[in-house]
Design a protein around this ligand. Structure first.
Ligand code: AHR
Length: 349
């Protein structure tokens, strides 16, 4: 356990005994008790799984940031998509008396008890990527990640503007949504982005089906939907791996993944933009638009920890800025909530 944490515990014991009346700020403590040279800051990282290329990049970003050369020891636990595993990992980190816990939660709810245990053990918790839905937000220090609903709204605004430019009527759209795993912030935000936009623009969403953010499930769900409906003309995939699976299913069914709303062709929309194949598909015009979701949170979390070590207070919620990639040049920028977002066109030079 690091010196300043021992100091915190000592102050707590003294306050409980009534031996001190002064409340001591973290700043005062870290100034006088900075960790010894060579002392590594121990981070327990509970990653939710390895379902997508986004997730692999996210894990990689954490592993290459929290290295011994940078002054850290990273204890990595893969939750394999199960909240119970993540709860177990957090309890293990508490027993190991790590300096910080970083949690990438699989779903939003069900964290109150274990986060209370971490708080009682004086271990700051940083939430990364998806959010937690807890009654008391003092159970975690701060959160950093994407505005998932905004990503969905941006995608839908692009679709609306694209249809206008191409003379496509919104009422002609027949959309299916391959959702992420239900209850994950990325799923909740992106699904809401679509359902609210569909109401606003008068689009028909044939079905919302979970596809768990994986390529295998994306392919399987799209196959089933193609058997059920013969008029799907847009597939809204809640990540790139689902999009790759959906394209396989579209092509296996003898249809084309492409930008036109016409029989036999299906427009593919997606999220993330980290997967090389998916970006290539935008260049090839098989995926029409990707709303970026940036996974490179390692250096951002490190910045937060550095602030906390100096006794500074990081913002409770930090949203990362993200791009939109499209093949077609017709839409140069979109507006969502009066903010203008430029479109990055991906084509072969
Ligand atoms: O929470 C972020 C989402 O989770 C990414 O969009 C997806 O690819 C990942 O699995």
């Amino acid at each position: 356990m690091k010196i300043y944490k021992l100091f915190i515990s000592l102050i707590m014991v003294l306050s409980l005994c009534g031996c001190t009346s002064k409340s001591v700020t973290t700043q005062e403590m870290t100034q006088s008790d900075s960790p010894e040279k060579g002392d590594l800051t121990v981070i327990g990282f509970s990653q939710l799984g390895a379902e997508s290329d986004w997730r692999s990049s996210n894990t990689q970003s954490m592993k290459t940031t929290f290295t011994e050369e940078n002054g850290y020891r990273l204890i990595f636990e893969d939750g394999q998509q199960k909240q119970a595993n993540q709860i177990m990992a957090i309890r293990k980190f508490i027993q190991q008396e790590v300096d910080y816990i970083v949690l990438a939660p699989v779903t939003e709810t069900g964290w109150d008890t274990v986060l209370r245990e971490a708080k009682d053990a004086n271990i700051p918790v940083i939430i990364v990527d998806r959010m937690v839905d807890v009654k008391d937000d003092s159970l975690y220090e701060c959160w950093i990640g994407s505005d998932f609903k905004l990503e969905g709204m941006k995608m839908c605004q692009w679709l609306n503007d694209y249809c206008k430019k191409k003379g496509i009527r919104g009422s002609d759209l027949r959309i299916v949504d391959l959702q992420g795993n239900i209850g994950a912030t990325a799923q909740i935000g992106r699904t809401r982005g679509l359902s609210e936009s569909a109401r606003k623009f008068g689009w028909k969403v044939l079905e919302y089906v979970p596809a768990d953010f994986t390529q295998t499930k994306g392919r399987e769900v799209m196959k089933t939907l193609l058997r059920k409906y013969d008029d799907i003309n847009v597939v809204y995939c809640e990540n790139d791996n689902e999009a790759l699976g959906a394209i396989e299913a579209i092509e296996e069914a003898g249809k084309v993944a492409g930008p036109n709303i016409r029989a036999g062709e299906i427009m593919v929309l997606s999220f993330d933009g980290i997967n090389e194949d998916a970006r290539q598909y935008v260049i090839d015009n098989k995926i029409s638009c990707i709303a970026e979701c940036n996974p490179l949170h390692g250096p951002r979390v490190k910045g937060i920890i550095e602030k906390l070590e100096k006794g500074q207070e990081p913002p409770k919620l930090s949203y990362v800025g993200e791009d939109i990639y499209a093949h077609d040049k017709a839409v140069e920028s979109i507006r969502v909530d009066s903010i203008e977002y430029p479109i990055t066109v991906l084509q072969t030079k």
